[in-house]
Ligand binder design. Structure first.
Ligand code: IMP
Ligand code: MG
Length: 191
Protein backbone atom coordinates (compact mmCIF):
# COMPACT_ATOMS: atom_id res chain seq x y z
CA UNK A 1 0.00 0.00 0.00
CA UNK A 2 1.42 3.40 -0.91
CA UNK A 3 1.57 6.07 1.83
CA UNK A 4 -0.39 8.94 0.32
CA UNK A 5 -0.46 12.30 2.06
CA UNK A 6 -3.96 13.28 3.19
CA UNK A 7 -5.88 15.32 0.63
CA UNK A 8 -6.37 18.90 1.74
CA UNK A 9 -9.35 20.54 0.04
CA UNK A 10 -9.09 24.02 1.55
CA UNK A 11 -6.67 26.92 1.47
CA UNK A 12 -5.07 28.84 4.33
CA UNK A 13 -7.88 31.43 4.20
CA UNK A 14 -10.70 28.84 4.04
CA UNK A 15 -9.35 26.57 6.78
CA UNK A 16 -12.43 24.99 8.44
CA UNK A 17 -10.71 25.22 11.83
CA UNK A 18 -11.15 28.99 11.64
CA UNK A 19 -14.37 30.79 12.54
CA UNK A 20 -14.39 34.30 11.05
CA UNK A 21 -15.36 36.87 13.70
CA UNK A 22 -14.54 40.13 11.89
CA UNK A 23 -14.55 40.37 8.11
CA UNK A 24 -12.28 42.50 5.94
CA UNK A 25 -15.09 45.05 5.47
CA UNK A 26 -15.93 45.25 9.19
CA UNK A 27 -12.26 45.77 10.01
CA UNK A 28 -11.76 48.54 7.44
CA UNK A 29 -14.91 50.34 8.57
CA UNK A 30 -13.83 50.31 12.21
CA UNK A 31 -10.29 51.43 11.40
CA UNK A 32 -11.65 54.36 9.39
CA UNK A 33 -13.56 55.42 12.54
CA UNK A 34 -10.42 55.18 14.68
CA UNK A 35 -8.46 57.13 12.08
CA UNK A 36 -11.04 59.91 12.05
CA UNK A 37 -10.91 60.14 15.86
CA UNK A 38 -7.11 60.30 15.95
CA UNK A 39 -7.01 62.79 13.07
CA UNK A 40 -9.28 65.21 14.90
CA UNK A 41 -7.58 64.74 18.30
CA UNK A 42 -3.95 65.05 17.13
CA UNK A 43 -4.13 67.97 14.75
CA UNK A 44 -1.17 70.33 15.38
CA UNK A 45 0.66 67.78 17.55
CA UNK A 46 3.94 65.93 16.95
CA UNK A 47 2.51 62.43 16.47
CA UNK A 48 4.53 59.22 16.40
CA UNK A 49 2.90 55.81 16.10
CA UNK A 50 4.88 53.12 17.91
CA UNK A 51 4.05 49.62 16.69
CA UNK A 52 4.77 46.67 18.93
CA UNK A 53 6.24 43.97 16.69
CA UNK A 54 5.29 41.68 15.22
CA UNK A 55 1.54 41.46 15.73
CA UNK A 56 0.69 45.14 15.25
CA UNK A 57 2.22 45.47 11.78
CA UNK A 58 -1.02 44.92 9.84
CA UNK A 59 -3.10 47.18 12.08
CA UNK A 60 -0.44 49.90 12.03
CA UNK A 61 -0.21 49.77 8.24
CA UNK A 62 -3.98 50.26 7.87
CA UNK A 63 -4.37 52.75 10.72
CA UNK A 64 -1.63 55.13 9.55
CA UNK A 65 -3.28 55.41 6.14
CA UNK A 66 -6.52 56.75 7.63
CA UNK A 67 -4.82 59.36 9.83
CA UNK A 68 -4.73 62.49 7.69
CA UNK A 69 -1.91 64.24 9.60
CA UNK A 70 1.83 64.67 9.49
CA UNK A 71 3.22 61.75 11.50
CA UNK A 72 6.14 59.35 11.88
CA UNK A 73 6.25 55.68 12.83
CA UNK A 74 8.65 53.62 14.90
CA UNK A 75 8.75 50.06 16.20
CA UNK A 76 9.60 48.16 19.36
CA UNK A 77 9.87 44.47 19.88
CA UNK A 78 9.51 42.97 23.33
CA UNK A 79 9.34 39.44 24.56
CA UNK A 80 7.11 38.70 27.49
CA UNK A 81 8.26 35.96 29.75
CA UNK A 82 5.46 33.48 29.99
CA UNK A 83 5.07 30.85 32.62
CA UNK A 84 3.48 28.23 30.39
CA UNK A 85 0.71 30.22 28.72
CA UNK A 86 0.37 32.72 31.56
CA UNK A 87 2.05 36.09 31.19
CA UNK A 88 4.33 36.93 34.15
CA UNK A 89 4.63 40.63 33.33
CA UNK A 90 8.40 40.70 32.88
CA UNK A 91 9.40 42.02 29.48
CA UNK A 92 12.71 42.13 27.70
CA UNK A 93 13.33 44.74 24.99
CA UNK A 94 14.45 42.87 21.86
CA UNK A 95 14.37 45.94 19.62
CA UNK A 96 14.16 49.47 20.96
CA UNK A 97 12.84 52.57 19.20
CA UNK A 98 15.05 54.03 16.48
CA UNK A 99 14.40 57.63 17.53
CA UNK A 100 13.88 59.49 20.82
CA UNK A 101 10.27 60.27 21.81
CA UNK A 102 11.10 63.32 23.96
CA UNK A 103 8.39 66.00 23.51
CA UNK A 104 6.50 63.76 21.05
CA UNK A 105 2.86 62.71 21.21
CA UNK A 106 3.08 58.94 21.17
CA UNK A 107 0.39 56.40 20.38
CA UNK A 108 1.52 52.85 21.16
CA UNK A 109 -0.15 50.50 18.66
CA UNK A 110 -0.83 46.89 19.69
CA UNK A 111 -2.59 43.95 18.09
CA UNK A 112 -4.35 42.65 21.18
CA UNK A 113 -4.37 43.32 24.90
CA UNK A 114 -4.90 40.13 26.85
CA UNK A 115 -3.71 40.27 30.47
CA UNK A 116 -2.31 43.75 29.77
CA UNK A 117 0.94 42.87 31.54
CA UNK A 118 3.20 43.24 28.51
CA UNK A 119 1.80 46.63 27.65
CA UNK A 120 1.72 48.06 31.16
CA UNK A 121 5.40 47.15 31.56
CA UNK A 122 6.19 48.65 28.16
CA UNK A 123 4.39 51.86 29.10
CA UNK A 124 6.45 52.06 32.31
CA UNK A 125 9.61 51.87 30.20
CA UNK A 126 8.39 54.56 27.76
CA UNK A 127 7.10 56.79 30.58
CA UNK A 128 10.65 57.70 31.62
CA UNK A 129 11.59 59.08 28.19
CA UNK A 130 10.05 62.53 28.31
CA UNK A 131 7.24 62.18 25.77
CA UNK A 132 4.66 64.97 25.77
CA UNK A 133 1.89 62.34 25.91
CA UNK A 134 1.54 58.58 25.56
CA UNK A 135 -1.72 56.93 24.55
CA UNK A 136 -2.62 53.41 23.66
CA UNK A 137 -4.40 52.00 20.62
CA UNK A 138 -5.17 48.30 20.42
CA UNK A 139 -6.93 46.57 17.58
CA UNK A 140 -8.47 43.99 19.92
CA UNK A 141 -9.23 44.14 23.61
CA UNK A 142 -9.78 40.85 25.39
CA UNK A 143 -10.85 42.16 28.78
CA UNK A 144 -11.96 38.95 30.44
CA UNK A 145 -8.57 37.55 31.47
CA UNK A 146 -7.24 40.91 32.68
CA UNK A 147 -6.92 40.11 36.33
CA UNK A 148 -3.60 41.75 37.05
CA UNK A 149 -3.52 45.17 35.42
CA UNK A 150 -5.58 48.30 35.19
CA UNK A 151 -4.60 49.45 31.77
CA UNK A 152 -6.25 52.50 30.25
CA UNK A 153 -6.82 51.90 26.55
CA UNK A 154 -7.56 55.05 24.56
CA UNK A 155 -8.50 53.57 21.17
CA UNK A 156 -9.96 50.08 20.73
CA UNK A 157 -10.96 48.38 17.48
CA UNK A 158 -13.10 45.58 18.88
CA UNK A 159 -13.76 44.09 22.31
CA UNK A 160 -13.45 40.35 21.79
CA UNK A 161 -14.45 37.18 23.64
CA UNK A 162 -11.91 35.19 25.62
CA UNK A 163 -10.97 32.81 22.79
CA UNK A 164 -7.75 32.24 20.93
CA UNK A 165 -7.78 34.54 17.90
CA UNK A 166 -5.65 34.66 14.77
CA UNK A 167 -5.31 36.74 11.63
CA UNK A 168 -4.77 40.39 10.79
CA UNK A 169 -1.32 40.21 12.43
CA UNK A 170 -2.18 37.80 15.24
CA UNK A 171 -0.48 34.43 15.12
CA UNK A 172 -0.56 30.91 16.46
CA UNK A 173 3.08 29.77 16.67
CA UNK A 174 3.98 32.26 13.93
CA UNK A 175 1.24 31.17 11.52
CA UNK A 176 -1.91 32.96 10.30
CA UNK A 177 -0.67 36.56 10.57
CA UNK A 178 -1.50 36.98 6.87
CA UNK A 179 -5.22 36.21 7.17
CA UNK A 180 -7.07 39.38 6.08
CA UNK A 181 -9.80 38.76 8.71
CA UNK A 182 -9.92 37.95 12.44
CA UNK A 183 -10.86 34.37 13.25
CA UNK A 184 -11.28 32.27 16.36
CA UNK A 185 -9.57 28.90 16.32
CA UNK A 186 -12.23 26.20 16.77
CA UNK A 187 -9.82 23.49 17.88
CA UNK A 188 -6.59 25.01 19.28
CA UNK A 189 -4.99 21.56 19.50
CA UNK A 190 -5.25 21.30 15.69
CA UNK A 191 -3.37 24.49 14.70
P1 IMP B 1 -0.59 40.22 27.52
O1 IMP B 1 -1.58 41.35 27.35
O2 IMP B 1 0.65 40.62 28.27
O3 IMP B 1 -1.23 39.01 28.12
O4 IMP B 1 -0.05 39.74 26.12
C1 IMP B 1 -0.58 40.21 24.95
C2 IMP B 1 0.14 39.52 23.80
O5 IMP B 1 -0.18 38.12 23.81
C3 IMP B 1 -0.38 40.06 22.47
O6 IMP B 1 0.40 41.15 22.02
C4 IMP B 1 -0.27 38.84 21.59
O7 IMP B 1 1.04 38.77 21.05
C5 IMP B 1 -0.49 37.68 22.52
N1 IMP B 1 -1.91 37.22 22.50
C6 IMP B 1 -2.83 37.36 23.46
N2 IMP B 1 -4.02 36.82 23.09
C7 IMP B 1 -3.83 36.31 21.85
C8 IMP B 1 -4.69 35.62 20.92
O8 IMP B 1 -5.89 35.36 21.15
N3 IMP B 1 -4.13 35.28 19.73
C9 IMP B 1 -2.83 35.54 19.41
N4 IMP B 1 -1.99 36.19 20.25
C10 IMP B 1 -2.48 36.56 21.47
MG1 MG C 1 1.84 41.48 20.59
Amino acid sequence: MSAESPKIDHTEFTNPNLEVLYSVDQIQQRIAELGAMITSEYRGRDLVLVGVLKGSCVFLADLMRVIDLELTIDFMSVSSYKDGTVSTGDVEILKDLSNPIRDKDVIVVEDIVDTGLTLSRLLEILDSRGANSIKLATFLDKPEPRIKTELKIDYTGFVVPNRFLVGYGLDAAGRYRNLPFIAAVRDPSAV
